[in-house]
Design a protein around this ligand. Structure first.
Ligand code: PEP
Length: 257
């Protein structure tokens, strides 16, 4: 059975003490009300990764760990960077690639996104590729073409790794703004994305939504938006809202492939 996927992207929040605390709370919550249809993943800052994986191991929790970013290089003189092999050694299973905050604030262009996806897959981890348009592109009616092009540039030629590629549709205008895309807008974009993924030989990939998801809108987006889960930012920083999103996804997700 294909499970939905809910990833909590903590961004640059929570030091390792706070990370341990939240991880324990999330593990306890999910132990008290387990989910069968959802894979849950936490994406803490680099410096918290070891603490988070240790807590999850100690608690025997079925929660995965992702990194928020990684270098596209294997090793060497790249001050400040972290490699895929380093993440793998820490028990990290997947990496978020091309988040819009990295694309817009840290000059991560399509070529670097593509080489980073390849580095992640080459290293044996799973890649969560973020795509999504800004407000001007949506208002110009060019969002479908824009996102399709982002997918092609990042994923062409990767069909053999289909099982390890997930796409997160994150319209930039909905991230951290409290303004969620409507279920109809999301559903329409899911058709666009799945059509392009199928053409790229990646039809089996899960497609998530991200952008101001919260406990109140999660069920509707899963049901009517036709998504395979969520990439959650702000609402993943507290146990109850994150747990509510996970449980809404578990209750509403119907396997479709
Ligand atoms: C994100 O940054 O990936 C995100 C979706 O953030 P938020 O949920 O806060 O909009």
């Amino acid at each position: 059975m294909t499970k939905a996927l809910v990833i909590g992207n903590w961004k640059m929040n929570l030091d390792y003490v706070e990370a341990v605390h939240l991880t324990r709370q999330v593990a306890t919550l999910l132990a008290s009300r387990p989910v069968e249809r959802v894979e849950v993943v936490l994406a803490p800052p680099f410096v918290d990764l070891r603490s988070v994986t240790s807590v999850l191991e100690a608690e025997h929790a079925s929660i995965g760990v992702a990194a928020q970013h990684v270098s596209d290089r294997d090793n060497g003189a790249f001050t400040g960077e972290v490699s895929v092999a380093m993440l793998k050694r820490l028990g990290v299973a997947s990496v978020i690639v091309g988040h819009s905050e990295r694309r817009t604030m840290y000059h991560m262009d399509d070529a670097i996104v593509a080489s980073t996806v390849r580095a992640v897959l080459r290293g044996g981890l799973a890649a969560v590729l973020c795509v999504g348009e800004d407000l001007a592109t949506r208002e110009a009616g060019e969002h479908d073409a824009f996102v399709s092009e982002q997918l092609t540039r990042a994923l062409a030629g990767l069909e053999e790794a289909a099982q390890r590629v997930t796409v997160a549709y994150e319209p930039i205008w909905a991230i951290g703004t409290g303004k969620t895309a409507t279920a109809a807008e999301i559903q329409a974009m899911m058709v666009t994305i799945r059509t392009r993924l199928a053409a790229l030989g990646l039809g089996a990939s899960r497609v998530l939504y991200g952008g101001s998801v919260n406990a109140d809108n999660a069920a509707e987006i899963v049901t009517e938006g036709d998504v395979d889960g969520f990439l959650v930012g702000g609402a993943s920083l507290k146990t109850e809202p994150f747990g509510a999103i996970v449980h809404a996804c578990n209750d509403c997700y119907a396997e479709r492939r």
